[in-house]
Write a protein that binds this ligand. Sequence first.
Ligand SMILES: [Zn+2]
Length: 92
Amino acid sequence: MQEKIVCVNCHNEVPANIRLKGNQQYCGAKACQNARKAQWKRNKMAADPDFAAKQKKSQQHWRKNKPAPQYQKLIGVFFISLSRRPAWTFIL
Ligand SMILES: [Zn+2]
């Protein structure tokens, strides 16, 4: 007999994975697995200062070495130009 679980992310009733021991809370859908991993990371970041520090350092390293593509820069310039526009020009 197959047990069923209710996924805490999508709230669908799905058959439990027979290979998992313990209480399964998420179904196998991509979005729900991503949610599970994000939740795991949130808990880990809160509970483990070493992990949080390493994540922060890794992010900084990534940002430094991967500059935004040209299109992102263009969008940025576009929005900056909008924010610098005098308000009265929007009604023209
Ligand atoms: Zn789900």
